[in-house]
Structure formats: structure tokens, C-alpha cells
Design a protein around this ligand. Structure first.
Ligand SMILES: [Zn+2]
Length: 443
């Protein structure tokens, strides 16, 4: 299993356009069938020695029997990708071109980071360990889901299946944080951010209905004006800022590796939190999103004709719910901010923020030790992830669910997620395989 052939196999998998659409009628399922058949060809030991089941149509579940009968571990990733057209890409999104040499060797394509890099990394590592006759201490499950990007039914179906068999993994690892540099002030070491929870999310619809009529004789407050006022009021009443327990843990961890007054402030976050909170809230959108529930008006609809008053005006509000906040409290906050009973608020759909995973136990300890051995000099810290992942469903059957992709990614590379020119350094991909191989050996 040379690195060159690992890269070739990665290219093969990237070239299969397993594109997710919310509208399932647009999905080309033959690509998903082809992906499943191709991993069977590329990873013969995985397919001959592990038990395989197909769940929810196209999700692949493997069980690697271990020596013991204690709680198993579970490694997961998704192989569907968001759509991409050639427009604006330096290299076509499904060509899997490789450019450069040495440290500058880069592989381009949709899915390199999100999330076929992890799918391939896990398969490479397991195949390699099977070749050395490794038998894990406990069972190891591998789960490759097919509709993460459309928040589909696969992950909950896998959880239902495992739950029905009484399986409660001690450790679940899914996509999420990465090894990053230069994100935290005064911390010069690389930092591995491991998601121990993620925000919940919900869509609310504001609806205003008024008598329509001719636009030449409008009343003082039309449906559109009432809706606009409600939106402005929501915007003027952000959710309160607060450091979660996880954020406090994060600052304490980083404080040990930060210099000067910032290091001191981080280490003594119990004292400095009230001074730091407003600073964090003002320090850019990413940090602001870390300290509060956020709300964004994403869709506005009203009116049928340029000269007719709208009978109905609607706004969609996308809310990302902080850990410690609930959907019921979000609704209460919105209702109070709008303060107008003619504006109806409906919950379209939503999920609460999942519980925070343990910062102790085998999963956390093995994960931390493996990051430190694969990425020497890296600080491992918990954090709450802003985006949603399939792993949230697994909190139902495990207290050790972690969100971490073992790749070192720059700001530019992170910005290419779900955007054009998604890419990954080849050396990073190969190091990710080392990470998974070491992790499996330690489980
Ligand atoms: Zn993803």
C-alpha cells in the first residue's frame, strides 16, 4: 500500500460525482451504486474480513469484530458532496487533478475536504491494519453515510439499527474540527479543535396577513411594512452572549499555550469572562457566532403584482441555537422581540443542540494522544462546532461523540468548503491516513 496508490485510489473516489440534492428526484443513484462497488474493489481486505450492511439504501455500515466484548468504537464520514459546476474552478471539480510536487503537491476536487478525504483515509488505514493482521481490542464500526449534505435519513437509520441491537459505542468520530493555525490570538502552536457538541438549528417563518387592495390607496401599515418592522426588531435584539462550559474549557486549554496578557486572561477566564465576552462578540462573525445563538433572515416573499398590496408577507429566519439554549426559548425571544401579535411565528423545523460529549474516557484520551503523536506540538482543545453533522444523531447512543477531521487546513482551504476550488495538500491527506491507522491501533 504505497502512498502513491493511496492517492490514486483517492482520485478514483473523487471522480465519482455522488452529489446530494435536497430534491431527491435530482439525485443520480447510479453514481452512489458505483461508489459502493468501487470501494469494494479498492479495499478487498475491508470487504472480505469485515461484515457489511447497506442501510437506508446507500449508506455503508461495516463491523470489524474485535477481541473483547466491551463497548465498541465507531468511525464515520459521509461520501455525498454538494453540487459543483466547472464555473470558477481552476481544475474541474470531479477531475481530481494533482498539481505541484513535494510540500506543494495539492489534490483538487469536490469532496477532498468534505468529506471523501476522511472516507478514503479511514478505508486506507483499516485496509493497511488488516494487512498487518491487527485485530482491534473491541469491535470497530465504520459508517459511510450518503445524505449528510441534505440532512437525510441515513444517520438516524444507522442509530436506530445500532440501538435496536443494544450497541452503545464508547467513542464516535465524525467530520468536524481540524488542525488550524493563527485562529486564536497569542497562540502560536497549531491547534486541533475537536467538536464536543454542535449548535442546534431551526427555521422559523414569520407571517403577516392583511387585506390586499390597490397600491394607489394604501393603508398606513401594509403587510410588507409590518413584516419589515418585525425583521428590524429581531435584528435589534440579538440573543444574549454567553460563554458555554465548552468555550470556558477551550480558553483554559489555550491559555496554557498563549503568551502575554491574552494568555493570562485565557487562563483566568473565570475572572476575565465578563470583560472578554463583549470583546469576543465584537471580534468578527465567527467569534460572535461562538458566543451566542444567531439569527439570519434568509428568504423574503410577498406580493403578486407591482400595483397590488400584498395579502401575505413571509420571512424565513434561520436560527443557530447555542448549547444551553432551547428551541422553546428561541421562540419566546423572537416573540418578545417582535412584540406584535399580528405577526405569526411558526416553527418550520429544527433540532436542539446535542448534549456535550465527555472530556474524559477512552474516546477522548485516545483521540487526544493520537493527535499529539501524529501532529507533534499541537494543542488539542474542545470546541462547539457551528455547522451540523450526521454525528449529532449518535449522541442518542454515545456520550463520546467527537467531530474532528485529521487534516491540517489553512484559512483558504477552509473557505473552499462548499465553494469552488475545494482542495487538500497531498501530504495532509497521507498524514490523515497515519492518524486513522494509529487511532485504530490504540482503540
Ligand atoms: Zn461534511
Amino acid at each position: 500500500m504505497s502512498p502513491k496508490s493511496a492517492l490514486t485510489r483517492f482520485q478514483t473516489l473523487l471522480r465519482i460525482p455522488t452529489i446530494s440534492y435536497a430534491d431527491e428526484s435530482l439525485i443520480d443513484w447510479t453514481q452512489f451504486d458505483s461508489f459502493i462497488a468501487t470501494i469494494a474493489e479498492l479495499y478487498p481486505l475491508v470487504h472480505s474480513r469485515l461484515e457489511r450492511e447497506i442501510v437506508a439504501g446507500h449508506t455503508v455500515l461495516f463491523r470489524w469484530p474485535g477481541r473483547g466484548a466491551s463497548e465498541p468504537s465507531l468511525l464515520m464520514a459521509h461520501y455525498d458532496v454538494v453540487p459543483a459546476t466547472d464555473l470558477g474552478w481552476t481544475h474541474p471539480p470531479f477531475a481530481a487533478d494533482v498539481t505541484g510536487t513535494g510540500a506543494d503537491e495539492v489534490i483538487w476536487g469536490r469532496g477532498t475536504l468534505d468529506n471523501k478525504g476522511a472516507v478514503t483515509g479511514i478505508l486506507e488505514a483499516v485496509e493497511r491494519q488488516l494487512a498487518t493482521e491487527l485485530v482491534p481490542a473491541q469491535d470497530v464500526y465504520l459508517v459511510f453515510t450518503h445524505n449528510e449534505e441534505s440532512a437525510g435519513d441515513a444517520a438516524p437509520a444507522v442509530v436506530d439499527l445500532l440501538e435496536s441491537r443494544g450497541i452503545r459505542p464508547a467513542f464516535v468520530l465524525d467530520e468536524g474540527g481540524a488542525v488550524v493555525e493563527g485562529v486564536f490570538p497569542a497562540v502560536t502552536a497549531p491547534v486541533a479543535v475537536v467538536g464536543v457538541s454542535e449548535k442546534g438549528q431551526a427555521d422559523f417563518r414569520l407571517i403577516v396577513e392583511e387585506q390586499g387592495g390597490h397600491a394607489s390607496t394604501p393603508p398606513k401599515v401594509t403587510a410588507t411594512v409590518r413584516l419589515a418592522k418585525a425583521i428590524v426588531r429581531i435584528n435589534e435584539h440579538p440573543f444574549p452572549a454567553r460563554f458555554s462550559v465548552t468555550a470556558l474549557d477551550m480558553f483554559r486549554t489555550l491559555g496554557d499555550h498563549a503568551s502575554g496578557v491574552i494568555g493570562w486572561a485565557f487562563r483566568n477566564i473565570g475572572l476575565t469572562r465578563f470583560a472578554l465576552l463583549p470583546v469576543a462578540a465584537r471580534s468578527g462573525n465567527e467569534l460572535n457566532a461562538m458566543v451566542r445563538t444567531t439569527q439570519a433572515v434568509t428568504i423574503l416573499t410577498a406580493g403578486q403584482a407591482p400595483n397590488a398590496l400584498a395579502e401575505r408577507a413571509e420571512a424565513n429566519i434561520n436560527v443557530r441555537i447555542a448549547v444551553g439554549m432551547s428551541m422553546a426559548r428561541v421562540l419566546k425571544h423572537l416573540t418578545r422581540s417582535i412584540n406584535d401579535e399580528k405577526v405569526r411565528i411558526e416553527l418550520v423545523h429544527g433540532t436542539e443542540a446535542p448534549p456535550v460529549s465527555l472530556l474524559s474516557g477512552i474516546g477522548w484520551e485516545v483521540l487526544r494522544a493520537t493527535v499529539e503523536s501524529t501532529y507533534p506540538g499541537t494543542v488539542v482543545t474542545p470546541y462547539v462546532q457551528n455547522g451540523a453533522t450526521d454525528s449529532r444523531h449518535f449522541t442518542r447512543i454515545s456520550r463520546g461523540v467527537y467531530r474532528f477531521t485529521p487534516f491540517e487546513v489553512s484559512k483558504d482551504e477552509r473557505d473552499a468548503l462548499h465553494a469552488k476550488n475545494e482542495r487538500l495538500h497531498v501530504a495532509t491527506f497521507l498524514r490523515g491516513i497515519e492518524f486513522y491507522a494509529a487511532l485504530i491501533a490504540a482503540l
